[in-house]
Design a binder for this molecule. Structure first.
Ligand code: GLU
Length: 472
């Protein structure tokens, strides 16, 4: 299958919903697996809500996930003349017709259909009516002729299997509005045809549309692409995943400090499997991805699982890259910048930092102290740790640490043990905790003995002196 062409046709909403992101990932993987093409089409026909920033968000999202695309992206809006041309062709071949129904007539039909329990609403009153009967001054819509026999249409969906719809449930739907603009159903079919799309892989909320779109393909005598409809993503409560469940856009996850490879791996596994594999590299995903193992039922989004995957990828990530990724967070959250000294310290401390961190936010918060300079603030817990009885402990520590000739983590730890030994309860924590508060301004960090070694004797003792100053 060397001629596979898949597509990602988002409507620019201003952010990339993770359901959309997963659709993009599956289309991208399917194309790459088959050595085919992955193309992007921006469904920008809603001009009232259109904005360049919203379009940007899509490309940013694709870029963040590392989903490269082939060909120039297509603007659906720019193709509208072509869509109109196809509607005209369908009119000429008698497969579409003008409908002059008034809104009142349509309301009446809707009510009748509801009463009779029919899903098809329009009663086709203009389908065979002579155009000479057209009322004056009414701009008509154009409707396509849906099959009216008592048969059914069948689509062999690559995910859902065989799906059937009775023709009695298919309406003569509108392809051109009364203002002459093409409808979504028409535009998508024409674009997919013109772009040579072989596989339409999208959310199963579009399954009904597939049967409508098939009517246009059939009327034009165009080959139907293959379809694969992906189940929805739900929250843990079984409702469609939305903001109220937590983060739902790629932008949210990026802002919460997730790595793109973790999000990609998570979304890949959400609705697709390869045996029991959980950690799947990009190369493996391309090698293994087919639609055969897409699950048919909706998948529940599990934030904890994503977090543990993220923790895994944090450990694997290159240290320099992590520092680069921390930089904006460090600025935003701590008003700190990373100079050469901070970078050297962070590189030394990174193995320990990233071993603990589940997200870049945690990495940033727990590593921030390496970038600090005195004077810095102590958070509430650190202030509490530094209160009262910590003072004599810190004074002794300062004296003994200043006197050290060698300043390794072990040396620092030994001093702390000695100091603790002289305390009434002899607990190391009674010394290590104030030391941590003094050196970091917080109460959470990797081994404070290692941290002291990385900061060095001069900085460590300077910070201790600064903390003592604060206690006064
Ligand atoms: N623009 C549509 C959406 O974002 C995509 C439709 C399709 O995949 O055919 O839902």
């Amino acid at each position: 299958m060397s001629s596979v062409v898949t597509r990602f046709p988002p409507s620019p909403t201003g952010f990339m919903h993770i359901g959309n992101a997963r659709t993009a990932i599956y289309n991208w993987l399917f194309a790459r697996h088959h050595d085919g093409k992955f193309v992007v089409r921006i469904e920008d026909t809603d001009r009232a809500r259109h904005s360049e920033e919203a379009v940007e968000a899509i490309f940013k999202g694709l870029d963040w996930l590392g989903l490269n695309y082939d060909n120039e992206p297509v603007s659906q809006f720019a193709q509208r003349d072509r869509h109109i041309e196809i509607a005209k062709q369908l009119l000429e071949s008698g497969q579409a017709y003008y409908c002059y129904c008034s809104p009142e007539e349509l309301t009446e039909m809707r009510e009748t259909a509801k009463k009779e329990g029919r899903s098809a609403v329009y009663d086709r009153r203009w389908r065979d009516r002579d155009p000479s009967e057209a009322p004056e001054g009414v701009s008509p819509v154009v409707r396509i002729k849906a099959p009216i026999d008592d048969g059914e249409s069948v689509v062999n969906d690559l995910v859902q299997g065989e799906v059937r719809v009775k023709h009695e449930n298919l309406d003569d739907f509108i392809i051109l509005r009364s203002d002459g603009t093409p409808t979504y159903l028409l535009s998508v079919v024409v674009d997919d045809h013109d772009m040579g799309i072989t596989h339409v892989i999208r959310g199963d909320d579009h399954l009904n549309n597939t049967f409508r779109q098939k009517i246009i393909y059939d009327a034009m005598g165009w080959d139907l692409p293959h379809f694969g409809h992906l189940p929805m993503i739900l929250g843990q409560d079984g409702a469609k995943l939305s903001k109220r469940h937590g983060a739902v856009s790629l932008e949210d996850f990026e802002a919460k400090g997730y790595l793109p490879e973790a999000v990609l791996n998570y979304l890949l596994r959400l609705g697709w499997s390869h045996g029991n594999d959980e950690i799947i590299s990009r190369a493996q995903a391309i090698e293994w991805f087919t639609l055969d193992h897409v699950v048919k039922s909706a998948a529940k989004f599990d934030y904890d699982k994503l977090e543990s995957l993220n923790a895994h990828y944090m450990k694997e990530a290159d240290d320099e890259r992590l520092i680069a990724l921390m930089t904006p967070f460090l600025h935003e959250r701590h008003k700190l910048a990373i100079d050469e000294i901070a970078k050297t310290r962070l590189l030394k401390g990174m193995t320990e930092l990233k071993d603990r961190a589940k997200t870049l936010l945690q990495l940033t918060d727990e590593g921030a102290f390496y970038a600090k300079e005195t004077p810095y603030d102590f958070d509430e817990k650190a202030q509490a740790t530094l209160a009262d009885d910590a003072k004599p402990v810190l004074e002794t520590l300062l004296t003994q640490l200043t006197a050290l000739n060698s300043f390794t983590a072990d040396d620092v730890q030994q001093v702390c043990k000695d100091v603790a030994g002289n305390l009434r309860d002899g607990k190391l924590g009674k010394v290590a905790m104030p030391l941590r508060a003094a050196l970091t301004g917080t109460t959470v960090s990797p081994s404070i003995f290692h941290a002291a070694e990385i900061l060095g004797q001069e900085e460590t003792t300077a910070r201790l002196a600064f903390a003592l100053e604060k206690i006064k």
